[in-house]
Design a binder for this molecule. Structure first.
Ligand code: PAF
Length: 299
């Protein structure tokens, strides 16, 4: 499909740098797009074994070309803004891969760029940005990619390289179900860990487990009406599996509140609340936590 391809990654955060370093590590050309000034031309990466690597990398404030794939790794509230900013440098054939927490962005991107192939991705890989362009990988996990629109159905071949870079990458025709699963995990973990400023592991305490059960019970009513089949007990054990696997980590929303940055709440609880409202379903605890995060964000 591509002869001389450069992976263009928008977003120099933990996930953007993680993909950049791992693609560079397997010999791919990468161009990282950053909004920073004084940009170095390298990424420092500490892998799961604690080995430090320094990868020379092309980094600038612009896209490098109008044909190779774009991996958008900014947080959900910044996706549309970032693509609007680079719109004149994006061609209609260019495939756009969206990788962030939450749902609702792909619809916005499809309105902005109606001809472009759009792929949605959700990853369980975790990394920490210890300083600008310095990342430490903290967890290895599965990444699912799948078509959001008809134009992106032929792009499964991209997976071979992505899989070579980070492993455990899968093409999934029913990506919507995977995105919902991640959204439910985020609904259970992110607001509680952010409001109480606790690590994910603290959520295994009984007081939080009761709230997580309530959150999932409320979400299940919406899922049923949308004909999305999830088993409540399996969902709870998946969520507790993530809590255990990331017990020492602080969730992304916890860090956003801590560092007084905008959170992804609108694309997590907010997305579910919109669906619930359309269906006339009350989801009081999901709404309460949504309101509390909005209040914390404005402090
Ligand atoms: O947003 C996050 O931090 C992660 O998606 C998750 C799975 C909640 C783990 O911290």
């Amino acid at each position: 499909m591509y002869s001389n391809m450069t992976w263009q990654i928008i977003g120099d955060g933990a996930i953007g740098c993680l993909w950049a370093a791992n693609l560079l590590n397997c010999g791919q050309q990468v161009h990282l797009v950053s909004r920073k000034n004084n940009i170095p031309q390298r990424i420092n990466y500490t892998n799961l074994q604690g080995e430090e690597q320094c990868y020379p990398c092309s980094i600038s404030q612009c896209l490098s070309d109008t044909s190779s794939p774009l991996i958008v790794c900014v947080k959900a509230p910044q996706v549309l803004q970032a693509l609007k900013q680079y719109r004149s440098q994006i061609s209609e054939q260019q495939v756009i891969i969206l990788m962030h927490n939450g749902m609702g962005c792909a619809e916005q991107v499809a309105q902005l760029l109606p001809q472009n192939p759009i792929i949605c991705a959700t990853t369980a890989n975790a990394s920490l940005l210890s300083a600008p362009f310095n990342i430490v990988q903290t967890g290895l996990g599965v990444t699912y990619f799948g078509p959001f629109n008809c134009a992106s159905r032929n792009f499964a071949s991209l997976l071979a390289t992505l899989n070579q870079a980070l492993g455990n990458c899968h093409w999934c025709e029913d990506i919507e179900k995977k995105l919902w699963l991640k959204l439910l995990i985020n609904i259970a973990i992110n607001p509680l860990s952010a409001i109480f400023q606790i690590s994910n592991g603290e959520l295994s305490k009984a007081v939080f487990q009761d709230q997580i059960k309530q959150l999932i019970k409320e979400a299940m009513q919406v899922l049923k009406r949308l004909d999305l089949k999830f088993d409540e007990q399996l969902l709870l054990s998946t969520i507790n599996g993530v809590i255990d696997a990331t017990s020492n980590n602080y969730s992304s929303m916890n860090r956003d509140i801590f560092y007084k940055r905008p959170t992804e709440i609108e694309y997590i609880n907010g997305y579910l609340l919109k669906k619930a409202q359309q269906l006339n379903i009350e989801t009081p605890l999901i709404r309460k936590l949504y309101n509390e995060i909005i209040a914390l964000e404005s402090h």
